[in-house]
Design a protein around this ligand. Structure first.
Ligand code: UT7
Length: 320
């Protein structure tokens, strides 16, 4: 019998500090009106000094474990997606495994920038379908505020911190219907964050650098194509999708994908206004929010998608 990766729990964590557009406008030449009109963002969360990617991941993971009603020890694979790990090594996955008190199974990190959570879902799905794992925790966790140049108005208005988690378990009941992931490394100069120390510059600091306008155009076109690819692979029509849970980079990119699906914004989960772009955490944070507030119901069909540096992009179609 087909084994599906069924969603059994979700979780999320947002740091306490709220940084509004007004706060940012005090430091760089921008305004609340410009930021909101161009991006849909009003505020974002900023991690406190004592917080780390793994401490935030732990809170999100524990919520998912509690919702699923399993023991942490039942998890046999942990996948952490992050572009802001607290160490070069050990991986944040291993640190999280220890924080959760899990002594068996395997944990590792993936780096796919803002598409990290979708890449994580793809790996989890394939491990479960092949029988290599039974219960898989996927976490996206980011402290973008520490790799943001707060004097660069082209990027500092966009990003935020947070962690999202989903627990998947092998089941005869439907779960992930398909995943689709892609990358194209030729666009490094459009969106990147260097690691100066690894490049031999011991005193250097690496910040996010982006040609926003060009990234925007590629993102809209690429996400349009991933919608077509996902529907075709599942022999579905646009009207078969109940919810769109997009990566939260910019409301205009989200609206373009909704339009492609001929979907009203009432069926799109939007968190960008109060969270900004939390990279690999954004899709799982949005999914968690809509599951917990009851918008996403069991049996519904949910399309998750993301686009990020690399470029990387992908989708996951889930029967919740
Ligand atoms: O998650 C990973 C993928 N990342 C994304 O998907 C981000 C994609 N890009 C974007 O979201 C948008 O490109 C931005 C929000 C970053 C920028 O919006 P835009 O509509 O593409 O603006 P633009 O870069 O074309 O700039 C238009 C104008 C420029 O001024 P001039 O040359 O027309 O005089 C910029 O200098 O807006 C200016 N500008 C700003 N003005 C006020 C750029 N940033 C700001 C700002 N406040 N923060």
């Amino acid at each position: 019998m087909t084994q599906y990766a069924k969603v059994i729990g979700t979780g999320g964590y947002l740091p306490e500090e709220i940084r509004t557009n007004e706060h940012i406008s005090e430091k760089v030449d921008t305004s609340d009106t410009w930021i909101f009109e161009r991006t849909g963002i009003k505020s974002r969360r900023i991690a406190a000094k004592h917080e780390t990617t793994s401490s935030m991941a732990e809170v999100a993971a524990r919520q998912a474990i509690e919702m699923a009603g399993i023991a942490a020890d039942d998890i046999d694979l942990i996948i952490v997606a992050t572009g802001t790990p607290e160490n070069v090594y050990p991986g944040t996955g291993c640190v999280l495994q220890h924080r959760l008190g899990i002594k068996k199974g395997v944990a590792f990190d993936i780096q796919a920038a803002c598409s990290g959570s979708i890449f994580g879902l793809d790996i989890a799905n394939n491990y479960i379908k092949s029988g290599a794992a039974k219960t898989v925790l996927v976490v996206g966790t980011e402290i973008n505020s520490r790799i943001t140049d707060w004097t660069d108005r082209g990027t500092c208005i966009l990003f935020g911190d947070g962690a999202g988690a989903v627990l998947l378990q092998a089941s005869d009941e439907q779960g992930i219907l398909s995943t689709h992931i892609h990358s194209d490394g030729q666009y490094e100069d459009l969106l990147n964050c260097p690691n100066p120390q690894a490049m031999g510059d011991a005193d250097g600091v690496g910040y996010i650098s982006m040609k926003g306008n060009e990234v925007f155009k590629v993102a809209v076109n690429t996400l349009g194509r991933i919608v077509d690819e996902t529907l075709a692979a599942n022999n579905m029509q646009k009207s078969d999708i109940d919810w769109l849970v997009p990566h939260q980079a910019n409301i205009r990119i989200i609206a373009a994908t909704a339009k492609k699906l001929k979907m009203s914004m009432d069926h799109v989960v939007v968190t960008v206004e109060e969270q900004g772009n939390t990279s690999s955490a954004s899709v799982l944070l949005a999914f968690n929010e809509a599951v917990r507030d009851g918008r996403i119901q069991r049996g519904q069909t949910v399309l998750l998608e993301a686009f990020g540096a690399g470029f990387t992009w992908g989708s996951a179609l889930i029967r919740y």
